[in-house]
Ligand binder design. Structure first.
Ligand code: GLN
Length: 231
């Protein structure tokens, strides 16, 4: 007795709304691919966690300020972020796309000139749009969450937004009145992040757990639950 170490409790930040990776079910409880993956991995690796749902930009900031232990939020592993964070092995492939209102005739970046583009603070989509802003001459309006960004495009204040392909296509299938008009631009795969040089044990557990849930079919079950049977 007393020799077994207590299971540790980590604070893990996630996005407020980023279906199918994280979103609130009826009653306010969070569900989604990220949430289920984290839960399954924590069981395999015997750790506890408190989920903290905040805007993606805030999650990334709090991780770099050491206020949370990890972030799982459909976060792309990028070279830029690797300067500040350590990432797990990738668990999902994604790319950035441009989306416009369903009835819009905008389909090329050149049609953005002089118009306003809606972006979500701190995201790979916003970094991509910033990288082409000078060339195409558009204005930028920032949002803290995906739903408000989509809505600004839907009501016509902004002509386009930049979002992750799996999230945008899931949203459109589930009734968001936008359409995807570009190819996918590479932004790096999704990984779980900790602050660089911190929480190495948690990262190790995440990787070991990810390997285990891939091997025993749990990972596929989670993906199918949200991306096959749902649609
Ligand atoms: N995948 C994007 C990124 O890493 C957006 C993540 C999000 O909005 N939750 O920046």
């Amino acid at each position: 007795v007393g020799t077994q170490a207590q299971a540790k409790t980590y604070t893990i930040a996630t996005d407020t709304t980023f279906a199918p990776f994280e979103f609130q079910a009826k009653g306010g409880k969070y569900k989604g691919i990220d949430i289920d993956i984290l839960k399954a991995i924590s069981k395999k690796e015997n750790f506890n966690y408190k989920l903290k749902a905040i805007s993606f930009g805030a999650a990334v900031q709090q991780l770099s300020a050491n206020q949370v232990d990890g972030v799982i939020a459909g976060m792309n592993v990028t070279d830029e972020r690797k300067k500040t964070f350590d990432f797990s092995n990738a668990y999902y492939t994604s790319g950035v796309v441009m989306a416009v209102a369903k009835d819009s005739n905008v389909k090329k970046f050149s049609q953005l000139r002089g118009k306003t583009v809606a972006l979500k603070t701190g995201t790979a989509g916003s970094a991509y749009a910033k990288s082409i802003q000078n060339k195409y001459g558009f204005k930028i309006k920032y949002f803290n969450d995906s739903n408000n960004m989509y809505n600004d495009v839907k009501v016509g204040n902004s002509v386009a937004c930049f979002e992750d392909y799996p999230v945008m296509s899931y949203g459109i299938k589930n009734g968001i009145a936008l359409k995807i008009v570009s190819k996918q631009y590479d932004a790096g795969d999704y990984g779980f992040a900790v602050k660089k040089g911190k929480n190495a044990e948690l990262l190790k557990k995440f990787n070991a757990g990810l390997k285990a849930i891939k091997a025993d079919g749990t990972y596929d079950k989670i993906i199918n639950k949200y991306l096959k049977s749902d649609q």
